[in-house]
Structure formats: structure tokens, C-alpha cells
Design a protein around this ligand. Structure first.
Ligand code: AGP
Length: 629
């Protein structure tokens, strides 16, 4: 969702801010803006609805000088996507500029209080309230005698009043924020503050950077500091000081940012989504690197933070997630129950957080998330943690909120996923879940031989995925044939039931075609009414103990004149006359079929979306990190 960038240094701020906002585009947004502070103390402000290009054109027409500035991409929550509602917002008499991610739940009460004090509002946003609150706190501090100014644990004396104005305003805010403040009267000061919305600081030489995730920082610095909740960063071109809101100055941990320029560029592919689809053989190898233990016929994980004996006493697992990650969780249920004979429940995080189910002591909770920032998943894990359960994250983004807050977990190591539609993170999640199922299985009853076979299959998986990518050309032809359909069905059984759900979600989110995924046998209980000559059904027809069953379901669709696209892992002559289109993928053991079958599903959605002229990397209304409930 919304994105933040900030810069203070010795160069023009605008180029970094604009490039940074472009790198944040993937998060989803509908307007953008930048504010810089010129030498004369003039605050320049530009905001535009739509793409960053609209903002860039505006700035090209009216340059915004200044070596300090803040920028924002907004995904509308309070108030429509208009230039007035776009950030930065100004407070007081225009002496405070602010960008904000998150939601201020009590903004209405604060707004009324500020209006009574004479502050004028120009937007419908919750953010403008913060700008005026800080301006008001600053005014009070300026009017107070110098002796009344609280000592700000170690911050530079000249900035103390400004830091205090921000610090003193924060306790009034209910909700979440990641924010950066710039003051018209402090040309070498940015203040960042966080509560529930991530912020990362880039440590430079003679210049410092702020962003809501690491992508804008790549190529500018490799030293970063993650701000934690209730911390403020006091940033000037030569220093970054971190202060806890209530406990004074703290020494931040400086980490190394490992991403490189090519991680955040398209590298010759037409879209990030296509690049990420093709990265899957590599991302799968990375997910498995160092985690398969042949000698003991098991897998190993460094970060679960539980002893084997504690893990052995687990008698139930809850997997919680949203969207695509929830589909991985469903597959995880099948995997863990089969290999480890441990009961697994899969919960939408948005439901789990408010449902208050009975969860006994020996239950382990996994949150599955690409971004590590999904608000519902974070809240569900917090709720489970509050109740005393050990929470683990299966997460891609290193240093994300969920990665930091969970008691332990497993990183996917899939690399940055920029396309809004999750592809490589999905298959890496499946791979990690298969390795966890192996691990839990080997702690319990799974034999050495069975463990070895699972490892053999996992090791062969990246090559199978490489081979599956060869279906790109045929998928493009099929996409062209069905691009004008208005409904699709996706049908599969057993391990491929969640894969069918994921195939339907991929198509919906990037092509805007209505699609439903079902366990193939469920079709007869309602969805079959949708079948006609205009509604294609995508069947996942891999060889397994349910192959014949799925074949019968396929016949039922054909008998009603519905076009069938079959994804098969073994050529079968009789299929030629039965189905309308065939996509062949390599045969793998049934527990890994969802990984291989995901490839044609991703490519089909991609090519249909392209044929319909859709923006696959930035589909309408969607955000990469869903940081609001
Ligand atoms: C994936 O294609 C979707 N854009 C979306 O469903 C996503 O999986 C969901 O929002 C959860 O995100 P997370 O994995 O980052 O938590």
C-alpha cells in the first residue's frame, strides 16, 4: 500500500525521491507527491493523481530544488484519490510537512479539537491531523520559556524542540503510523517515527535516506537500520540518532542490505511478474539451500527457536495467512497431515484475529506471508502470541514486521517480489512447507527411506520447474483464444485443489476476469450451472490416486459443452479428442505437483492479462503489502 521516501544530504533530493517512488509503485497506489525545502526556506510541494509519471511531468515543468525532501505514494483510505488528499500534507501555517503510512483511527476527534483551535483542513485524510498536531505542539513549545523544554535524551540541542514536538504528539494518535516530518525552519532535519508501519533508514556518507521498505535504498547504501515501534529517528545529512518515544536515546543495530540493483529492475523482461515467474528454479534452490539433511533424511531450520523435544510435543498446528499465502497454507495442511500425521487447521488471518477459537497449549502457530507486513496476519500472530502461543513466520521480506515480531521462523529467500501477483513467493512457500512437513514427519513416525525419497523429489524440483517453463509458448496461444471470456473455472483435487484456487486468484487479480476455483468434485454442487460454451474450465489433471476421478469431472464439463483446458503431466492420446487445449508439464510426485502446476497457471493469467491490455504488475485497486485491515 502507501510508500514513503525521504532524503537529506548534499545532492538535489528530487531525483532520489522520484526514483524511490517508482521503486515503491509495486506496493499499489493511486496518487503521489513530493515536498522539498529550497535554500531560501521555500517549501516546494507537488502532488498528482495517477502514476508517478504524472508527478514527474509536473516537476519537470516546475522544478523543485532542495537537498532535503520527502515523498509518498498514497493508496486511498480516508478520502478519494485527489491531489488535495495526496501526501505530503502541511500543518500549521505550512511550516510542517508530513508523509504518513497507516491509519489514524481517532482522527475525527483530533480533527474537531484542532478545528476548534483554529487550524484549517484542506483534505479528507487522517494524515493532515498529524501535521496540525505537530505544528500545534511546536507552537506551544516555542511560546514556553526555554527552561520548560524537556531534555531530549541526547538529541542535538538545536533540534530538540522539533523532536519534542513530534514526540509529544505521538501518544495522542490511535492506530498505526510510519511517518516522516520535515520542518520549513530546519533545512537539515527529518524526523521519522514508527508504530505498526515499517520504516527503514539508509545510512550514507554526507547523506541519509528513509523509506518504507528497502527497495528505494538499493544502490544508494548497503547499511540500513530498521526502526522499531515507538522509536523516532532524528536524521540530518551527517547523522542518524534513534530515540525511543519514552525512554530516550538508543543505539540502533546497523544491518547490511544484501539486495542489488538487478533485484529491483526488470532485467530485460517485459514485466516484473514474468521475470519472477522465470526466477522460480532459482528461488526454489535458494529456499532449499542448506536445509536438506541427507544424512538424517530430514530437513533443518535454524530459526524455529524450539528444541526438537518441544517440537515433538506439538499436537496441532494452525497455519494462518491471507490471499495467495492462504492457498499455500491449504497445501501445507495436506503436506503436514500426510507426512507428520499432525492435525493442521488453516485460518484466514482476518478471521482468526477476531474469532477467539479454543487453542490448546501444544498448538504451534505459523503465519505465512510474502511481505511480512500484512495487517491481518500480523494482528492474528500478535493475538496468538498474547495468549502465550509460540508463533512462527514463513516469510520472504527480511526484517519485516512479522519477521521481527514472530518468535521464530523460516525465510523464503525468494528475493524481492515486485509484481503485485505473487508467483515465486508462492512456490517457495510450498517448498518450505514441504520441508517443514518432512521435518515434523521425521520427528515422529516417518521412516528414513520415506525421508530420503522426499529429499530426492525436492532436489529434482527446480529442474522440473525449469522444464515446466517451456509451456510458455503454448500458454500464450491458449491465452489468446480465451482472452475475451468473462468467467473461468479452475478445478483440481487433493494437492491440486488449493492450486486451482490459486490459479483462479491469479487470473482474477491481473486480468479482471471472474474466475472460481473449486475441488473438482464440488462442481456438481453448484458451479456446474455456470458451464456453457463461453466458460472455459482449467483442469489440473496430474497423475495421482484421484486422476480417474478428475477425469470423470472433466467429462461432465465436456458433456455440457464447456471448453476444457487440461494441464497434464503425462501425455494421454485419448485426451486429445476430449479436451480443447492441452498444456504438458513434467511429472513429479503428487506432493510437489502444486509447485509445477503453478507455472502454467501463472503464465496463463499473465498472457491473458497482457492480451487484454492490463497492467499486470500494478493491477487496479490492489496493493502488494496490505497494511490495513
Ligand atoms: C497475491 O497474488 C495477492 N496479491 C495477495 O492475495 C497476497 O497473497 C496477500 O495479500 C497476502 O500477502 P502476504 O503474503 O504478503 O501476506
Amino acid at each position: 500500500m502507501c510508500g514513503i521516501v525521504g532524503y537529506v544530504g548534499n545532492q538535489d533530493a528530487c531525483p532520489f525521491l522520484l526514483t524511490g517512488l517508482r521503486r515503491l509503485e509495486y506496493r499499489g497506489y493511486d496518487s503521489a507527491g513530493i515536498a522539498t525545502l529550497g535554500e531560501s526556506g521555500h517549501l516546494h510541494l507537488a502532488r498528482a493523481v495517477g502514476r508517478i509519471e504524472a508527478l514527474a511531468e509536473r516537476i519537470a515543468g516546475a522544478p523543485m530544488p532542495g537537498v532535503i525532501g520527502i515523498g509518498h505514494t498514497r493508496w486511498a483510505t480516508h478520502g478519494a484519490a485527489t491531489p488535495e488528499n495526496a501526501h505530503p500534507h502541511l500543518g500549521g501555517a505550512g511550516n510542517v510537512a508530513i508523509v504518513h503510512n497507516g491509519v489514524i483511527e481517532n482522527y475525527q476527534i483530533l480533527k474537531e479539537m484542532l478545528i476548534e483551535k483554529g487550524y484549517q483542513f484542506h483534505s479528507a485524510t487522517d494524515t493532515e491531523v498529524i501535521a496540525h498536531l505537530i505544528a500545534d505542539a511546536l507552537k506551544t513549545l516555542m511560546e514556553a520559556p526555554a527552561s520548560a523544554l524537556p531534555r531530549q535524551g541526547g538529541t542535538d540541542g538545536r533540534n530538540a524542540m522539533f523532536v519534542e514536538a513530534v514526540r509529544a504528539s505521538l501518544p495522542s494518535l490511535r492506530g498505526t503510523y510510519g511517518l516522516v516530518v520535515m520542518f520549513r525552519d530546519r533545512p537539515d532535519l527529518l524526523i521519522a517515527a514508527r508504530c505498526g508501519s515499517p520504516l527503514v533508514l539508509g545510512v550514507g556518507r554526507g547523506e541519509q535516506f528513509i523509506a518504507s521498505d528497502t527497495s528505494p535504498l538499493v544502490g544508494h547504501t548497503d547499511r540500513i537500520i530498521y526502526l522499531a515501534d515507538h522509536q523516532l529517528a532524528v536524521v540530518s545529512k551527517d547523522s542518524i540518532q534513534v530515540v525511543h518515544r519514552d525512554q530516550g536515546r538508543i543505539r540502533p543495530e546497523v544491518r547490511i542490505l544484501e539486495a542489488q540493483d538487478n533485484d529491483v529492475s526488470c532485467e530485460g523482461y517485459a514485466h516484473y511478474m514474468l521475470k519472477e515467474i522465470y526466477e522460480q528454479p532459482t528461488s526454489l534452490r535458494n529456499a532449499m539451500r542448506g536445509r536438506l539433511d541427507r544424512e538424517n533424511a530430514t530437513s533443518k531450520f535454524g530459526g524455529l527457536n524450539l528444541t526438537p523435544s518441544q517440537l515433538r510435543s506439538i499436537n496441532r498446528i494452525i497455519l494462518t495467512a491471507c490471499g495467495t499465502s492462504w492457498h499455500s497454507a491449504l497445501t501445507g495442511e495436506y503436506l503436514i497431515e500426510e507426512f507428520a500425521r499432525l492435525p493442521v487447521e488453516v485460518e484466514y488471518a482476518s478471521e482468526l484475529r477476531y474469532r477467539n477459537p479454543p487453542v490448546d497449549h501444544d498448538t504451534l502457530i505459523f503465519g505465512i506471508t510474502q511481505s511480512g507486513e500484512t495487517a491481518d496476519t500480523l494482528a492474528a500472530l500478535r493475538e496468538m502470541k498474547r495468549k502465550g502461543h509460540h508463533t512462527l513466520a514463513i516469510c520472504n521480506v527480511i526484517g519485516s514486521s512479522i519477521a521481527q515480531e514472530a518468535d521464530g521462523g523460516v525465510y523464503l529467500h525468494a528475493g524481492p517480489e515486485i509484481g503485485v501477483a505473487s508467483t515465486k513467493a508462492f512456490t517457495s512457500q510450498l517448498c518450505v512447507l514441504a520441508m517443514l512437513a518432512l521435518y515434523f514427519g521425521r520427528l515422529r513416525h516417518l521412516s528414513y527411506e520415506a525421508g530420503q525419497r522426499i529429499i530426492d523429489n525436492l532436489e529434482a524440483l527446480p529442474d522440473a520447474v525449469e522444464k515446466a517453463l517451456e509451456c510458455n509458448a503454448v500458454t500464450r496461444v491458449i491465452a489468446d483464444k480465451y482472452k475475451d471470456a468473462t468467467n473461468f473455472l479452475y478445478l483440481g483435487r487433493h494437492y491440486n485443489f488449493p492450486t486451482a484456487l490459486e490459479g483462479a486468484l491469479k487470473l482474477k487479480e491481473i486480468s479482471y476476469i471472474h474466475a472460481e476455483g473449486y475441488p473438482a468434485a464440488e462442481m456438481k454442487h453448484g458451479p456446474i450451472a455456470l458451464v456453457d460454451e463461453h466458460t472455459p474450465s482449467v483442469f489440473l489433471l496430474s497423475r495421482s490416486h484421484v486422476y480417474d476421478k478428475v477425469m470423470s469431472n472433466l467429462q461432465e464439463v465436456k458433456a455440457r459443452g464447456g471448453p476444457v483446458i487440461a494441464i497434464v503431466d503425462q501425455y494421454d492420446k485419448k485426451l486429445e479428442s476430449l479436451v480443447d487445449d492441452l498444456i504438458e508439464i513434467p511429472a513429479v510426485e503428487d506432493f510437489l505437483q502444486p509447485v509445477v502446476a503453478a507455472i502454467p497457471l501463472q503464465l496463463l493469467a499473465y498472457h491473458i492479462a497482457i492480451a487484454r491490455g492490463c497492467d499486470v504488475d500494478k493491477p487496479r485497486n490492489l496493493a502488494k503489502s496490505v497494511t490495513v485491515e
